[in-house]
Design a protein around this ligand. Sequence first.
Ligand code: 13P
Ligand code: ZN
Length: 270
Amino acid sequence: MKDVRTSEFVIEFARMATNMYRLGWDERNGGNISYLLYEDELKEYLDINNVVREMPLGFNAKELAGKYFLVTGTGKYFKNVERDPAFNLGILRIKDDGVTAELLWGFEDGGKFTSEFPAHLMSHIERLKVSKNHRVVLHTHPLAIMAMSFVHPLSDREFTRTIWKMNNECIVVFPDGIGVLPWMVCGTNEIGEATANKMKDYRIVLWPNHGIYGVGDTLDEAFGLVETVEKSAQVYMMIGEREIINPITDQNLKDLAAHFKLNYRKDFLD
Ligand code: 13P
Ligand code: ZN
Protein backbone atom coordinates (compact mmCIF):
# COMPACT_ATOMS: atom_id res chain seq x y z
CA MET A 1 0.00 0.00 0.00
CA LYS A 2 1.17 3.51 -0.80
CA ASP A 3 1.08 6.20 1.89
CA VAL A 4 -2.20 8.09 1.53
CA ARG A 5 -0.40 11.33 2.42
CA THR A 6 1.38 11.04 -0.96
CA SER A 7 -1.89 10.81 -2.89
CA GLU A 8 -2.83 13.58 -5.28
CA PHE A 9 -6.17 14.07 -3.48
CA VAL A 10 -4.61 14.62 -0.01
CA ILE A 11 -1.83 16.85 -1.38
CA GLU A 12 -4.19 19.03 -3.41
CA PHE A 13 -6.69 19.24 -0.54
CA ALA A 14 -4.01 20.23 1.98
CA ARG A 15 -2.52 22.82 -0.38
CA MET A 16 -5.93 24.39 -0.78
CA ALA A 17 -6.42 24.59 3.00
CA THR A 18 -3.05 26.38 3.30
CA ASN A 19 -3.98 28.73 0.49
CA MET A 20 -7.31 29.57 2.11
CA TYR A 21 -5.60 30.19 5.45
CA ARG A 22 -3.06 32.51 3.78
CA LEU A 23 -5.91 34.43 2.14
CA GLY A 24 -7.23 35.13 5.64
CA TRP A 25 -10.42 33.20 5.04
CA ASP A 26 -9.97 30.56 7.75
CA GLU A 27 -9.02 31.93 11.14
CA ARG A 28 -8.43 29.41 13.93
CA ASN A 29 -10.65 26.38 13.10
CA GLY A 30 -12.87 28.41 10.75
CA GLY A 31 -13.99 26.66 7.59
CA ASN A 32 -14.34 23.05 6.52
CA ILE A 33 -14.01 21.04 3.30
CA SER A 34 -15.36 17.68 2.19
CA TYR A 35 -14.24 15.90 -0.97
CA LEU A 36 -16.02 12.86 -2.39
CA LEU A 37 -13.42 10.20 -3.24
CA TYR A 38 -13.88 7.28 -5.61
CA GLU A 39 -13.17 3.74 -4.42
CA ASP A 40 -10.83 3.11 -7.35
CA GLU A 41 -8.50 5.98 -6.42
CA LEU A 42 -8.51 4.94 -2.74
CA LYS A 43 -7.71 1.27 -3.14
CA GLU A 44 -3.98 1.69 -3.77
CA TYR A 45 -3.69 3.67 -0.53
CA LEU A 46 -6.09 2.05 1.95
CA ASP A 47 -7.49 -1.33 2.89
CA ILE A 48 -11.11 -0.31 2.56
CA ASN A 49 -12.18 -3.28 4.72
CA ASN A 50 -10.22 -1.97 7.69
CA VAL A 51 -12.58 0.33 9.63
CA VAL A 52 -10.60 2.11 12.37
CA ARG A 53 -13.71 3.24 14.28
CA GLU A 54 -17.30 4.29 13.78
CA MET A 55 -18.95 7.62 14.49
CA PRO A 56 -22.68 8.46 14.53
CA LEU A 57 -23.62 11.10 11.93
CA GLY A 58 -26.60 12.49 13.84
CA PHE A 59 -28.87 12.32 10.80
CA ASN A 60 -29.71 9.97 7.96
CA ALA A 61 -27.53 10.20 4.84
CA LYS A 62 -28.69 6.93 3.25
CA GLU A 63 -28.42 8.43 -0.27
CA LEU A 64 -24.64 8.51 0.31
CA ALA A 65 -24.28 4.97 1.72
CA GLY A 66 -21.04 3.41 0.46
CA LYS A 67 -19.56 6.76 -0.56
CA TYR A 68 -16.14 7.96 0.65
CA PHE A 69 -15.21 11.46 1.82
CA LEU A 70 -11.98 13.19 2.69
CA VAL A 71 -13.03 15.78 5.29
CA THR A 72 -11.57 18.29 7.72
CA GLY A 73 -11.87 17.59 11.45
CA THR A 74 -13.90 19.68 13.87
CA GLY A 75 -11.78 22.18 15.78
CA LYS A 76 -8.82 21.65 13.43
CA TYR A 77 -6.90 24.64 12.01
CA PHE A 78 -6.53 25.03 8.23
CA LYS A 79 -3.03 26.38 8.79
CA ASN A 80 -1.95 22.97 10.16
CA VAL A 81 -3.53 20.64 7.57
CA GLU A 82 -0.56 20.50 5.19
CA ARG A 83 1.96 19.86 8.00
CA ASP A 84 -0.03 16.98 9.52
CA PRO A 85 -2.88 15.72 7.32
CA ALA A 86 -3.44 12.50 9.31
CA PHE A 87 -4.17 14.51 12.47
CA ASN A 88 -6.37 17.17 10.86
CA LEU A 89 -8.21 15.20 8.16
CA GLY A 90 -10.12 11.94 7.95
CA ILE A 91 -11.26 9.57 5.23
CA LEU A 92 -14.74 8.23 5.96
CA ARG A 93 -17.24 5.93 4.35
CA ILE A 94 -20.96 6.33 4.95
CA LYS A 95 -22.15 3.00 6.29
CA ASP A 96 -25.04 1.10 4.73
CA ASP A 97 -27.32 2.11 7.64
CA GLY A 98 -26.94 5.74 6.47
CA VAL A 99 -26.47 7.05 10.02
CA THR A 100 -22.87 6.02 10.73
CA ALA A 101 -19.50 7.22 9.44
CA GLU A 102 -16.79 4.56 9.19
CA LEU A 103 -13.32 6.03 9.70
CA LEU A 104 -10.73 4.45 7.38
CA TRP A 105 -7.84 6.86 7.92
CA GLY A 106 -6.91 10.03 9.81
CA PHE A 107 -8.28 11.89 12.87
CA GLU A 108 -5.32 10.31 14.63
CA ASP A 109 -5.92 12.13 17.91
CA GLY A 110 -9.36 10.53 18.22
CA GLY A 111 -10.92 13.52 16.46
CA LYS A 112 -14.12 13.75 14.51
CA PHE A 113 -15.48 15.18 11.25
CA THR A 114 -16.42 18.87 11.06
CA SER A 115 -19.43 20.10 13.03
CA GLU A 116 -20.82 21.28 9.68
CA PHE A 117 -20.94 17.73 8.27
CA PRO A 118 -24.78 17.83 8.12
CA ALA A 119 -24.63 20.85 5.76
CA HIS A 120 -21.87 19.18 3.75
CA LEU A 121 -23.50 15.78 3.33
CA MET A 122 -26.98 17.19 2.71
CA SER A 123 -25.45 19.51 0.08
CA HIS A 124 -23.59 16.58 -1.51
CA ILE A 125 -26.91 14.74 -1.78
CA GLU A 126 -28.57 17.68 -3.58
CA ARG A 127 -25.66 18.49 -5.89
CA LEU A 128 -25.22 14.85 -6.95
CA LYS A 129 -28.80 15.06 -8.25
CA VAL A 130 -27.74 18.00 -10.45
CA SER A 131 -24.26 16.78 -11.53
CA LYS A 132 -23.05 13.18 -11.41
CA ASN A 133 -19.46 14.53 -11.36
CA HIS A 134 -20.06 16.70 -8.27
CA ARG A 135 -17.39 16.10 -5.58
CA VAL A 136 -16.60 19.12 -3.38
CA VAL A 137 -18.35 21.14 -0.67
CA LEU A 138 -16.33 23.97 0.81
CA HIS A 139 -17.25 26.30 3.67
CA THR A 140 -15.13 29.31 4.61
CA HIS A 141 -15.19 32.79 6.24
CA PRO A 142 -13.84 35.30 3.66
CA LEU A 143 -13.47 38.82 5.02
CA ALA A 144 -15.33 40.97 2.49
CA ILE A 145 -18.22 38.51 2.07
CA MET A 146 -18.70 38.54 5.83
CA ALA A 147 -18.50 42.34 5.99
CA MET A 148 -20.93 42.78 3.11
CA SER A 149 -23.46 40.48 4.75
CA PHE A 150 -23.75 42.99 7.62
CA VAL A 151 -24.68 45.94 5.42
CA HIS A 152 -26.51 44.53 2.38
CA PRO A 153 -30.12 43.30 2.05
CA LEU A 154 -30.30 39.53 2.37
CA SER A 155 -32.37 38.17 -0.50
CA ASP A 156 -31.08 35.85 -3.22
CA ARG A 157 -32.01 38.35 -5.90
CA GLU A 158 -30.64 41.53 -4.30
CA PHE A 159 -27.41 39.97 -3.10
CA THR A 160 -26.76 38.27 -6.45
CA ARG A 161 -27.50 41.45 -8.42
CA THR A 162 -25.05 43.51 -6.38
CA ILE A 163 -22.30 40.89 -6.61
CA TRP A 164 -22.87 40.43 -10.36
CA LYS A 165 -22.54 44.21 -10.79
CA MET A 166 -19.21 44.48 -8.97
CA ASN A 167 -17.25 42.36 -11.45
CA ASN A 168 -17.97 41.50 -15.09
CA GLU A 169 -16.78 37.93 -14.54
CA CYS A 170 -19.43 37.09 -11.98
CA ILE A 171 -22.42 36.41 -14.19
CA VAL A 172 -20.18 34.27 -16.41
CA VAL A 173 -18.80 32.25 -13.46
CA PHE A 174 -22.09 31.84 -11.59
CA PRO A 175 -25.05 32.64 -13.85
CA ASP A 176 -27.15 30.58 -11.39
CA GLY A 177 -26.58 33.27 -8.72
CA ILE A 178 -26.17 33.12 -4.95
CA GLY A 179 -28.55 31.63 -2.40
CA VAL A 180 -28.85 33.55 0.86
CA LEU A 181 -29.99 32.08 4.18
CA PRO A 182 -31.27 34.09 7.12
CA TRP A 183 -29.05 34.11 10.21
CA MET A 184 -29.19 30.62 11.75
CA VAL A 185 -27.37 28.65 14.43
CA CYS A 186 -24.43 26.91 12.74
CA GLY A 187 -23.44 23.27 13.16
CA THR A 188 -27.06 22.05 13.24
CA ASN A 189 -29.13 19.74 11.06
CA GLU A 190 -31.52 22.70 10.53
CA ILE A 191 -28.89 24.91 8.87
CA GLY A 192 -27.76 21.82 6.95
CA GLU A 193 -31.27 21.28 5.58
CA ALA A 194 -31.67 24.99 4.72
CA THR A 195 -28.29 25.04 2.95
CA ALA A 196 -29.03 21.88 0.98
CA ASN A 197 -32.42 23.28 0.00
CA LYS A 198 -30.68 26.30 -1.56
CA MET A 199 -28.20 23.94 -3.24
CA LYS A 200 -31.06 22.67 -5.42
CA ASP A 201 -30.76 25.95 -7.35
CA TYR A 202 -27.38 27.42 -6.39
CA ARG A 203 -23.72 26.40 -6.14
CA ILE A 204 -23.01 29.26 -3.73
CA VAL A 205 -24.86 29.78 -0.45
CA LEU A 206 -24.27 32.71 1.89
CA TRP A 207 -24.52 32.35 5.65
CA PRO A 208 -24.89 35.99 6.78
CA ASN A 209 -22.52 37.21 9.52
CA HIS A 210 -20.64 33.93 9.19
CA GLY A 211 -19.35 32.83 5.79
CA ILE A 212 -20.14 31.06 2.57
CA TYR A 213 -20.50 27.65 0.90
CA GLY A 214 -19.24 26.78 -2.56
CA VAL A 215 -19.52 23.46 -4.38
CA GLY A 216 -18.01 21.96 -7.50
CA ASP A 217 -16.86 18.94 -9.44
CA THR A 218 -13.28 19.78 -8.43
CA LEU A 219 -11.51 21.55 -5.56
CA ASP A 220 -10.49 24.30 -7.99
CA GLU A 221 -14.03 24.85 -9.14
CA ALA A 222 -15.48 25.20 -5.61
CA PHE A 223 -12.59 27.45 -4.59
CA GLY A 224 -12.91 29.55 -7.76
CA LEU A 225 -16.57 30.28 -7.08
CA VAL A 226 -15.87 31.60 -3.58
CA GLU A 227 -12.80 33.48 -4.79
CA THR A 228 -14.86 35.29 -7.43
CA VAL A 229 -17.61 36.25 -4.97
CA GLU A 230 -15.02 37.43 -2.47
CA LYS A 231 -13.33 39.65 -5.07
CA SER A 232 -16.66 41.30 -5.88
CA ALA A 233 -17.50 41.75 -2.20
CA GLN A 234 -14.11 43.45 -1.80
CA VAL A 235 -14.96 45.87 -4.62
CA TYR A 236 -18.34 46.56 -2.99
CA MET A 237 -16.81 47.25 0.41
CA MET A 238 -14.01 49.33 -1.13
CA ILE A 239 -16.50 51.54 -2.98
CA GLY A 240 -18.34 52.01 0.30
CA GLU A 241 -20.53 55.08 0.45
CA ARG A 242 -19.11 56.64 -2.72
CA GLU A 243 -21.48 57.21 -5.61
CA ILE A 244 -21.09 54.76 -8.49
CA ILE A 245 -20.88 56.90 -11.63
CA ASN A 246 -19.84 54.08 -14.01
CA PRO A 247 -22.08 51.14 -13.14
CA ILE A 248 -22.42 47.71 -14.73
CA THR A 249 -26.05 47.95 -15.86
CA ASP A 250 -28.72 45.28 -16.21
CA GLN A 251 -28.35 45.71 -19.98
CA ASN A 252 -24.58 45.14 -19.74
CA LEU A 253 -25.27 41.88 -17.88
CA LYS A 254 -27.83 40.83 -20.51
CA ASP A 255 -25.27 41.55 -23.24
CA LEU A 256 -22.67 39.43 -21.44
CA ALA A 257 -25.21 36.64 -21.00
CA ALA A 258 -26.06 36.74 -24.71
CA HIS A 259 -22.41 36.73 -25.77
CA PHE A 260 -21.43 33.84 -23.48
CA LYS A 261 -24.74 32.01 -24.04
CA LEU A 262 -25.41 31.85 -20.32
CA ASN A 263 -28.30 30.04 -18.74
CA TYR A 264 -28.69 32.75 -16.10
CA ARG A 265 -31.35 33.75 -13.57
CA LYS A 266 -33.37 36.02 -15.84
CA ASP A 267 -35.70 36.95 -12.96
CA PHE A 268 -32.70 38.54 -11.19
CA LEU A 269 -32.39 41.29 -13.83
CA ASP A 270 -34.87 44.12 -14.49
P1 13P B 1 -15.45 23.00 12.57
O1 13P B 1 -14.14 23.25 13.29
O2 13P B 1 -16.36 22.08 13.34
O3 13P B 1 -15.22 22.54 11.14
O4 13P B 1 -16.24 24.38 12.51
C1 13P B 1 -15.68 25.49 11.86
C2 13P B 1 -16.71 26.38 11.28
O5 13P B 1 -16.41 27.12 10.37
C3 13P B 1 -18.09 26.34 11.84
O6 13P B 1 -19.00 26.96 10.97
ZN1 ZN C 1 -18.03 28.49 9.69
